[in-house]
Design a protein around this ligand. Structure first.
Ligand SMILES: Nc1nc2c(ncn2[C@@H]2O[C@H](COP(=O)(O)OP(=O)(O)OP(=O)(O)O)[C@@H](O)[C@H]2O)c(=O)[nH]1
Ligand SMILES: [Zn+2]
Length: 198
């Protein structure tokens, strides 16, 4: 399965979405037959299928595809993983960064798989809180670690382009498991992700 690039689109879904988007463009007062808009319903249909391709992807399959036995028990942190998701209330984007950590308990996974799991759950209709816990739960289920943590910082276009129109608010959500429920470990992680050193 292509993780990063959706190359195949379901024909029936594409046709259905195209019909809807053509109607939407007309309802919004535009001319769907104007040259610049002629291909727009098809582009939107493909873009939306790309943005929601996470429904067809399996986080466990991804994490387990590069799962290695390793006797280490030091904290692994992958920070600043960029994410783009869609708020389920307005179907407008929210975007930001995810920071993930875990303490292995016999198993590690490929570092890139963390970022792929972020994509699997970001590319759906989401709320930031659920996105955060789904990523955590996937890591816990696959690796059975001593601890795991996920922090997401994101800006929501539904709060920026419309509604309360607040341009600078950033929402932070977090989810902790095991060792990270204790303060020393949690604080070490929070300190590491706030550090500017790479
Ligand atoms: N908890 C949570 N809320 C979100 C998220 N994304 C958007 N929202 C909020 O979902 C809420 C939906 O509220 P409603 O009152 O039903 O919708 P609305 O009238 O468009 O609300 P306003 O955005 O305040 O204009 C808003 O407060 C949004 O800010 C998210 O990821 N998590
Ligand atoms: Zn919204």
């Amino acid at each position: 399965m292509a993780y990063n690039k959706k190359e195949e689109y379901d024909e029936a879904v594409t046709q259905g979405l195209m019909k809807n988007y053509r109607e939407s463009i007309a309802l919004l007062g535009e001319d769907p037959d104007r040259e610049g808009l002629l291909k727009t319903p098809e582009r939107m249909a493909k873009a939306m299928q790309f943005i929601t391709q996470g429904y067809q992807q399996d986080a466990q399959a991804i994490l387990n595809s590069a799962k290695f036995h390793e006797d280490v028990s030091e904290m692994v942190v992958v920070k600043d993983i960029e994410l783009y998701s869609m708020c389920e209330h307005h179907m407008l984007p929210f975007y930001g960064k995810a920071h993930i950590a875990y303490i292995p308990n016999g198993w590690i996974t490929g570092l890139s798989k963390m970022a792929r799991v972020v994509d699997v759950y970001s590319r759906r209709l989401q709320v930031q809180e659920r996105l955060t816990t789904q990523i955590l739960d996937a890591i816990v289920e696959s690796l059975q670690p001593l601890g795991a943590a996920v922090v997401i910082e994101a800006s929501h276009l539904c709060m920026m382009m419309r509604g309360v129109s607040k341009q600078n608010s950033v929402t932070t959500t977090s989810a902790f498991f095991g060792e990270f429920e204790k303060y020393p470990t949690r604080n070490e992680f929070l300190k590491l992700i706030s550090s500017k050193l790479h």
